[in-house]
Each structure stands twice: as structure tokens, then as C-alpha cells.
Design a protein around this ligand. Structure first.
Ligand code: NDP
Length: 288
């Protein structure tokens, strides 16, 4: 689907603060639309842009953030792990997950690495009325997003956190983040859990994704389950379509995307994020 621009009232000037997302590829990012709409709504003199940064340039990009005095930085694929080693301090969540998705300047020249994917995922579950406490949950994938979800579910008291992943070693590492309640599963586990989360790019439109693919056999899905696909684009993925047909409840990746962005916005600006405005801007940028 096309990523569309938006019309903002704000005109940058000499005192404008800069924020950005670094990644590769990053041109498809919905974050500029979301954050610029939020700055506009609160009449903050900030501008947020997307910066394509090669893996070999991550350290230089963080040094640049310091040199230019950026007000905030988002980090996306594939730089979340690398940025962990470039900041001066890390939050408990980013250290546990091994990934930074948000960099916050502390005002004294130091930078703090945060992981708002963790809180953003939990907030999106709360929007769906799903409390993981005491519930069996399953995550497909073992990359940065999956690790954030496993950590979040364990922290929220899930009874079991089962991980399915193509590479078994990475599955074990991700499951270990949930301590004794984490384990590597088998496909038959999908039918036994209350929450299923796709944290692979299967179903993602555009570069790096496989738009037609399913991360699991939807025949195992059933009514009573919540199926969350972290893939934000398209809004309705092949997994969500199949899960809906199986009678499961479904939620897309936009909820987590908006909440992780809102948490970052609050860390940078100290202001309450205008969630509805950010969601509308992300949907508009998606062309949805
Ligand atoms: P990573 O590259 O870190 O991890 C990708 C995971 O998917 C790995 O476990 C990988 O398996 C698995 N995978 C990749 N391709 C295939 C395939 N063809 N078949 C089976 N498994 C596959 O990516 P992220 O964790 O950062 O992102 C994953 C997804 O989550 C993306 O679609 C991203 O857009 C989405 N996301 C959404 C967010 C939101 O706010 N909604 C936030 C962050 C991410 P292996 O370990 O074997 O390589």
C-alpha cells in the first residue's frame, strides 16, 4: 500500500528541534507522519524526519545526534541492537530485550536508550481488553519485536510464553527472556493458547516483507483467542484475514506502533501524547 504524506500547519524555523527515525529501509516508516501530527496538534516547534542509515554508520549516526542536539531519535530495523552499545545508559526493558527503539537526550550530553516496544505492546493489548496475567500466550518469531513481546508478556504475568521460530537457537534465547514461564513450542501449541502474536515480517507489504505468506497454520486458530499481527502494513494481513475466518478476535500492528510512538513522544517532550491524532495520521499515511 502507498505511504502517503500529510498537510501540516507548522513551518520550521531557526529554533526548531529535530527528531528522527534511523533505519534501513526507512522510507516506508509511518513514524514521521505520526510524530509531526502530534507536534502540530500540541503546537510544538519540532520536526521529525526519516534518515536512511547503513549498518556501518550507526555509531556515526548516534554521534551525529549528539553533535546536532537532536531532541529525540527512534530506531528501527536493523539498528535496534547496535544502538544499545552506543548510548550512555539503558532502561531495564532495553537492556533485557537487547534492543533500543528510542533514544532520549538527558540534557547533560548523555543519551539514554529506551525500549518503548515493550510498553507499547502492552498498551495495545489493553486497548483490546486483553490482560495476559495467568493466560497462556504464544509468540511467532524471535527477533527484536518478538523479544520485546516475550519480555512484556512475562512482565505482565502470562502463565506461559511459548516461542515458535524458524531458527531454534534464537527461539531458545527469546523464550529464556520469560524465565521459567518461557519455552520453545511446537506448531500444535497454537491451538492451546489464548493469545497468538505474529512477530515475523511474514505478511508485510513492501521491501523486506513477504506479503502473501502466513507465519502459522491458521487451521489451529479458534474462537476465544486473540490473534495480534505486529505487521502494521497492510492493516489486514493474510494472517488476520484467516484468523478472523476461524472465529478468533484479531488486532493489527498499528496499535503497538502508535503506543510505542506515543511513549517515545512523552519521553522526548514531557507532554501527553495526542494518541487519537497519532493514530489518525498513521492511518492516513498508510492510505487506510
Ligand atoms: P527481526 O528481523 O529482528 O526478526 C524477524 C523474525 O522473523 C526472526 O525471528 C526471523 O526468524 C523471522 N522470520 C523472518 N523471515 C522469516 C521467514 N521467511 N520465515 C519464517 N520466519 C521468518 O525483525 P523485528 O523483530 O524487528 O520485526 C518483526 C516484525 O514485527 C516486522 O514485520 C516489523 O514490521 C514488526 N514490528 C512491528 C512493530 C509495531 O509497532 N507494530 C514494532 C516492531 C516490529 P530467524 O530468527 O529464523 O531469522
Amino acid at each position: 500500500m502507498p505511504v502517503q504524506g500529510s498537510l501540516l500547519r507548522h513551518e520550521p524555523g531557526g529554533a526548531t528541534r529535530l527528531a528522527a527515525v534511523i533505519g534501513s529501509p526507512v522510507r516506508h516508516s509511518l513514524s514521521p507522519a505520526m510524530h509531526n501530527a502530534a507536534f502540530d496538534e500540541l503546537e510544538l516547534d519540532w520536526v521529525y524526519v526519516a534518515l536512511e542509515v547503513a549498518p556501518s554508520e550507526v555509531a556515526a549516526a548516534i554521534a551525529g545526534m549528539r553533535a546536532f542536539g537532536f531532541g529525540g531519535l527512534s530506531v528501527t530495523i536493523p539498528h535496534k541492537a547496535a544502538v544499545l552499545g552506543e548510548v550512555d545508559e539503558t532502561s531495564e526493558a532495553s537492556a533485557a530485550v537487547g534492543a533500543v527503539n528510542t533514544v532520549v537526550p538527558l540534557g547533560d550530553g548523555r543519551l539514554r536508550g529506551e525500549n518503548t516496544d515493550v510498553g507499547g505492546f502492552l498498551a495495545s493489548l489493553s486497548d483490546e481488553g486483553f490482560d495476559p496475567a495467568g493466560r497462556p500466550c504464544l509468540v511467532v518469531g524471535a527477533g527484536g519485536a518478538a523479544r520485546a513481546v516475550v519480555h512484556a508478556l512475562a512482565g505482565a504475568g502470562a502463565a506461559d510464553v511459548v516461542v515458535l521460530n524458524r531458527s531454534p537457537r534464537r527461539a531458545e534465547e527469546a523464550a529464556a527472556l520469560a524465565g521459567p514461564r518461557g519455552r520453545v513450542g511446537v506448531p500444535a501449541d497454537v491451538a492451546k493458547v489464548d493469545l497468538v502474536v505474529n512477530a515475523t515480517p511474514l505478511g508485510l507489504a513492501g521491501a523486506g516483507g513477504d506479503a502473501g505468506a502466513l507465519p502459522l497454520d491458521p487451521a489451529a486458530l479458534r474462537p476465544g483467542q486473540l490473534v495480534v499481527d505486529l505487521v502494521p502494513n497492510p492493516a489486514v494481513t493474510p494472517l488476520l484475514r484467516a484468523a478472523g475466518a476461524s472465529g478468533a478476535r484479531v488486532a493489527g500492528g498499528l496499535g503497538m506502533l502508535v503506543h510505542q510512538g506515543a511513549l517515545a513522544f512523552e519521553l522526548w517532550t514531557g507532554r501527553s501524547a495526542p494518541l487519537a491524532v497519532m493514530r489518525r495520521a498513521a492511518l492516513h499515511a498508510l492510505g487506510a
